[in-house]
Design a protein around this ligand. Structure first.
Ligand code: ADP
Ligand code: MG
Length: 249
């Protein structure tokens, strides 16, 4: 699916964070967003997903022409959207397997039961790809997981829900190099002409494994530069100093 963000403005506690943000991710493409800390990257992802702390004060977000901002969070998910959180939440008392199963069950038409055998087969297949031990099925969602285990678990949920538009918010942070490769393989296996990806990252390193079609720089609530994969290399070398340089005509 393709995502179009048009002139998006959003506040938190009355202070503006997104200040007229424009972005278009055509289906089939992987776009990366980089940018300094505090520039609004996570805010963008949470506003798209429908987090209630953020007040949208202007602009629009559409997924294949459907107005996302008008939808409840679960409707956005059913429309095909998935967000892998920068800081995944712990859900004590709910096992990982039951959590994902409930999410899948919730998508079925009323009265239809998820096939348990097929479900576990699919779950184990994906866990094998992500090299996750089977013990993670019975453990409470993210409870006591290491940073890297939480990030793998986000990707497991993504693979199981099979969304058509995926946003990954700094999924690479907290991963060692082997985990980074494994997670990237999972993402790359999901790339398809029908699916779009928005990958938020601080590091070029991730983009060595998940090759983006387009790289954007977000600064102070707006996309200030857009380029090809070479832009990520340039940022890695010279940082974000260009943001401070006076604009010359
Ligand atoms: P990034 O992901 O680019 O590092 P964020 O979107 O997390 O940036 O944050 C953008 C700005 O919004 C920061 O100044 C941050 O302190 C502020 N902000 C984000 N979420 C909240 C919140 N829940 N309460 C108060 N301020 C917030
Ligand atoms: Mg962030």
């Amino acid at each position: 699916m393709s995502l179009i963000v048009n002139n998006l403005q959003a506040n938190i506690d009355d202070s503006p964070i997104l200040k007229g943000l424009n972005l278009e991710v055509p289906k089939g493409e992987v776009h990366a967003i980089m940018g300094p800390n505090g520039s609004g990257k996570s805010t963008l992802s949470k506003v798209i997903a429908g987090h209630e702390d953020y007040e949208v004060t202007g602009g629009s977000v559409t997924l294949d022409g459907q107005d996302l901002l008008d939808m409840e969070i679960d409707e956005r998910s059913r429309a095909g959207l998935f967000l892998a959180f920068q800081y995944p939440m712990e859900v004590p008392g709910v096992s990982n397997a039951n959590f994902i199963r409930a999410a899948l069950q919730a998508r079925l038409p009323k009265g239809e039961e998820l096939d348990a055998v097929a479900y576990y087969k699919s779950l184990y297949e994906k866990m094998d790809i992500l090299e996750m031990d089977r013990k993670f099925t019975a453990r409470a969602v993210n409870e006591g997981f290491s940073g890297g285990e939480k990030k793998r678990n986000e990707i497991l949920q993504m693979m199981m829900l099979d969304p058509t538009f995926c946003i990954l918010d700094e999924t690479d942070s907290g991963l060692d190099i082997d985990a980074l490769k494994i997670v990237s393989q999972g993402v790359n296996a999901m790339r398809s002409p029908e699916r779009g990806f928005l990958v938020i990252t601080h590091y070029q390193r991730l983009l060595d494994y998940i090759k983006p079609d387009v790289v954007h720089v977000l600064s102070d609530g707006q996309i200030v530069r857009t380029g090809g994969p070479e832009l990520a290399h340039e940022l890695e070398e010279s940082g974000y100093d260009f943001l401070k340089e006076p604009v010359t005509a």
